[in-house]
Write a protein that binds this ligand. Structure first.
Ligand code: FMN
Length: 428
């Protein structure tokens, strides 16, 4: 696709190196990206010998079709200890190419990269986007950092708040596409997590509409007081009612703080969404890790790998345990936050019921005043609309919170499901 942009001598090679969907491979590097080890599939596809690979920088298989910004983001993140996924096109020794989706994870003393063959629709989009970024890099003379910024901007335009969020989405899609290609059933845990994303989006919308509704009624008590002052001396009770309404609505507004985090800068749902993306990544990575560990163990037992390969199996096993633990921890925190959010919504509903009784008082008082109270009618109508709106929104928030909790429960790693029940019971 983007060969026309390549300037190096091997650009003419259009052939793809054979790499089957069922295969997985990995390599391990030191903290500067110098190759330390890998499995036989890695070596075979690269077409180099172990003597050539071990001790060489990983860029030995770099293909010029990958924008510099991709590696900039990769290194920036892994140096911070963040496991990162990326589409990478590689070049075998004879110039043939092969695409991978790689998950690079920090391990003791360096990094491990596990790869699968990408087959999802996201991959097609990524390939086209890489060609655009490459062109932009070349035409505008972008530095790797500038190219990374352009990539992040594009991802935000596509609805991914961070590169990490995109990484999570891509790995989940690749795992799903791979399951399909290999005629396997879709992983139910990953499916639940993927379904969480649109549900959280709806929850965020409902939360925002709740904030909007409350913003709209802020001026109502003052309006009521103005009307009451015009009705003097008969407006006394309305004035008292408006004061009560203000006091209670202030309390309710304060309670809305329970829906916000980070000093009110982010909605709780936005913060939960970031963790769901993280959980999705960890769950998908742990599945991939489990499979590559099994492949490696089999190869070790079958004598297909080099001496000392058992160390690599140990590294992969530890990584699998870490991912499972982290995925479980992240999902547990999501479950607890959503439980807290549901509780906030229930408290809010109770407070709003109190507020509603003041609205009813207002209506009764207006009735008592008869024709005199005609100027109160629009204010009371506004209150009626507000209360209907709030009831509906809170109802939806509670239903969505329940759905989210069910999906999180279904997504939890098996070893964690017990702790969920314990937490849920303890926090009721
Ligand atoms: C564990 C690990 C695996 C890597 N795998 C690849 C790879 O398969 N292909 C690649 O081009 N770069 C890979 N890299 C990134 C390279 O270190 C390097 O950043 C990249 O080839 C770009 O090199 P350049 O910036 O010198 O052009 C990997 C890095 C790490 C830490």
């Amino acid at each position: 696709m983007s060969l026309q942009y390549s300037t190096t001598s091997f650009a003419a090679h259009k052939d793809e190196a054979p790499f089957a969907v069922a295969e997985l491979f990995f390599s391990r590097t030191d903290d500067r990206g110098v190759i330390a080890a890998g499995n036989e599939v890695f070596r075979r596809i690269s077409e180099y010998s172990w003597e050539e690979l071990v001790g060489a920088p990983h860029k030995i298989i770099r293909h010029p079709d990958v924008p510099k910004g991709v590696f900039y983001i990769l290194w920036e993140r892994i140096k911070k200890g963040l496991a990162t996924g990326a589409y990478v096109k590689n070049r075998a020794k004879d110039g043939r190419y092969y695409w991978v989706y790689a998950i690079v994870s920090p391990v003791e003393g360096g990094y491990v990269s596990v790869r699968l063959k990408p087959t999802s629709k996201v991959f097609e989009t990524a390939k086209a986007a890489y060609a655009e970024f490459l062109e932009q890099e070349e035409q505008d003379g972008l530095t790797p950092e500038q190219s990374a910024a352009a990539i992040r901007t594009k991802l935000r335009e596509l609805g991914f708040p961070t590169y990490g969020a995109f990484s999570s989405y891509a790995i989940a899609q690749e795992m799903h596409a791979r399951d399909l290609a290999l005629s396997r059933v879709e992983d139910s845990r990953l499916k639940s997590l993927k379904n969480l994303l649109p549900t959280l989006k709806s929850l965020d919308e409902q939360q925002k509409s709740l904030f909007d509704s409350f913003a709209k009624i802020r001026g109502i008590p003052s309006n009521m007081r103005i009307v009451a002052s015009r009705l003097e001396p008969a407006g006394g009770p309305i004035s008292a009612i408006s004061q009560n309404y203000r006091l209670m609505s202030d309390e309710v507004t304060n309670h809305l703080g329970g829906f916000r985090v980070e000093n009110g800068n982010r909605t709780l749902t936005e913060s939960v969404m970031a963790r769901v993306y993280q959980g999705l990544f960890m769950m998908a990575a742990s599945r991939l890790q489990r499979e590559v560990k099994e492949v490696a163990t089999e190869a070790l037992t079958g004598g297909a790998e080099q001496e000392g390969f058992h160390q690599e199996v140990e590294v992969l096993t530890k990584l699998l345990d870490d991912y499972t633990l982290e995925a479980g921890g992240v999902l547990l925190s999501v479950f607890n936050d959503v439980t807290a959010l549901a509780r906030s919504a229930k408290d809010l509903r109770q407070l709003v019921t109190g507020l509603d009784s003041i609205r009813v008082l207002c209506r009764v008082e207006a009735g008592r005043l008869g024709a005199q109270s005609v100027s109160l009618t629009p204010v009371i109508d506004q209150l009626d609309t507000f209360h209907v709106e709030i009831d509906k929104t809170l109802e939806q928030i509670l239903a969505l919170a329940d759905k989210i909790k069910t999906l999180v429960e279904a997504a939890m790693p098996r070893s964690f499901s017990g702790s969920l029940q314990y937490h849920a019971a303890g926090r009721r």
